[in-house]
Design a protein around this ligand. Structure first.
Ligand code: DGJ
Length: 349
C-alpha cells in the first residue's frame, strides 16, 4: 500500500522534497520539486514577506536558451519555481539563443505598482552591450519587454574599440540595481568597455535613467579605469558599499569592497580584504552578484556569488555567505561549508 502511494506520488510528480534548513555554498541546490535551481547571476526582490529570486536559466548551457527564471521562498532555504518570468521569446531576436540576457534584477515601483526588471543584453561576442528593461504586474511575471538602450553617452576620450561607443553611447554590461531608503533607485553598470563603472539614478517609473543626465548630479563615473564588474551594492548606517570583481570572463578573481557616503560616490576601495577562507584570494572561486539584507535582522547581510563552471555553465553553483559590517566599516565574509540564519544571533552579532 505504502509503495503504491509512493509510486502514485512519483507519477503525479508530487514527491515532496525534504525541507532544507541550511545553506551549503557550492553544492547543488534543489528547488521544492527536487530540480536543481537554475537562476544564475541572481537578484532578489522582497515583497510582502516573500523573497523572489531571479536569475539566468542556463539549463541548456551558455547564452540565452531559456530566459530569466523566478523562484519564491519565505525562509531563504526552500525555493519554489514560479516559472520563467521573462522568456527569451519576449526579447528581440538578437538576444535569444546565441545572444545573452545577463544579471537580471527586479525592483518594485511604489508609484506605478509595477515590477521593473533591468538586465544586460548582448550579442556578437559582447559588442552590442545594452541595457534591457521589462515590466510586470506580478513579481513572478510575465514581464513585458519595454526597451533596449545604452543609457549614457559621455566622451571619456573614446579609443577605437569594438563597440561604437561614440555613435551609440557607452557600453552597458555587468549591472545591478539599488533602491535607497528615500525611494530613489540607481543602476550600477560596467561601462567604457568595462574600464569604468557607472552609477545612474533612475527616473520615477524606473524604466530609464533620470533625464537630463548630468554628470556628478544624476550619474557618476566610479572606480575610474579600475576595470571592475559584477557590482553588488548595499547600504548600512548611511554608507554605500559596493562589492565588485575583476574582469576575467568566467574565471574567478579577487573581489574588492568599496565604500562611499553618497550613492553616486566617490567610492574608495577598502584596504582590508573582505574574504576569509579557502581560495579567499579568488573570492572562493566565485563572483559577486547581489547583497541581500536579511529581513527582520537589521545589519545582517548575505553575499550572493556565482561559482561559474565555464566548461558547463548549467553546472555553475551558488555561494551564499553571511556577513555583518563592523563598527569601523570593514567587512569579513568568512567561508562556511554549511550555515543557517542563526549565525546572525551567535557569532555574527
Ligand atoms: C563576466 C561577467 O561577470 C558575467 O556576467 C559574464 O558576462 C561573463 N563575464 C562572460 O564572459
Amino acid at each position: 500500500m505504502v509503495l503504491r502511494i509512493a509510486l502514485l506520488g512519483v507519477c503525479l510528480g508530487m514527491v515532496a522534497q525534504a525541507q532544507r534548513n541550511s545553506f551549503e555554498p557550492g553544492q547543488v541546490w534543489l528547488d521544492t520539486e527536487g530540480k536543481p535551481i537554475q537562476a544564475h547571476a541572481a537578484g532578489i526582490l522582497v515583497r510582502n514577506g516573500v523573497y523572489y529570486w531571479y536569475g539566468q536559466d542556463m539549463t541548456f548551457g551558455a547564452e540565452n536558451k531559456v530566459g530569466v527564471s523566478c523562484y519564491s521562498s519565505r525562509d531563504l532555504y526552500n525555493w519554489k519555481r514560479e516559472g520563467t518570468a521573462l522568456p527569451k521569446e519576449a526579447l528581440p531576436e538578437q538576444f535569444r539563443d546565441t545572444g545573452v540576457c545577463e544579471r537580471p534584477k527586479v525592483l518594485f515601483n511604489e508609484r506605478t505598482g509595477k515590477y521593473v526588471m533591468w538586465m544586460h543584453l548582448d550579442a556578437d561576442k559582447y559588442t552590442v552591450s545594452e541595457a534591457g528593461v521589462a515590466v510586470a504586474d506580478k513579481p513572478e511575471g510575465p514581464f513585458r519587454f519595454v526597451r533596449r538602450f545604452r543609457p549614457l553617452k559621455y566622451d571619456y576620450g573614446y579609443k577605437p574599440d569594438c563597440c561604437n561607443q561614440r555613435e551609440l553611447g557607452n557600453t552597458f554590461r555587468d549591472m545591478n540595481l539599488f533602491l535607497d531608503d528615500d525611494g530613489r533607485a540607481y543602476v550600477f553598470y560596467a561601462s567604457e568597455h568595462n574600464r569604468t563603472m557607472y552609477v545612474a539614478r533612475l527616473n520615477e517609473d524606473f524604466t530609464g535613467i533620470e533625464e537630463p543626465a548630468v554628470l556628478g548630479k544624476t550619474w557618476a563615473r566610479i572606480l575610474i579605469g579600475e576595470e571592475r564588474e559584477a557590482p553588488a551594492p548595499f547600504k548600512y548606517q548611511g554608507k554605500y558599499y559596493l562589492f565588485t570583481s575583476g574582469c576575467t570572463g568566467w574565471l574567478p578573481n579577487k573581489a574588492a569592497l568599496s565604500v562611499a557616503s553618497n550613492p553616486l560616490g566617490p567610492y574608495v576601495t577598502q584596504k582590508e580584504y573582505p574574504m576569509v577562507g579557502p581560495d579567499a584570494e579568488l573570492t572562493f572561486r566565485a563572483q559577486s552578484t547581489f547583497v541581500l539584507p536579511v529581513q527582520g535582522k537589521p545589519g545582517a547581510f548575505i553575499l550572493l556569488l556565482d561559482r561559474w563552471n565555464p566548461k558547463q555553465l548549467s553546472e555553475s553553483r551558488y555561494v551564499w555567505l553571511p556577513f555583518r559590517v563592523a563598527a569601523d566599516g570593514t567587512v569579513r565574509v568568512v567561508w562556511r561549508d554549511r550555515w543557517d540564519l542563526s549565525v546572525f544571533d551567535k557569532e555574527l552579532r
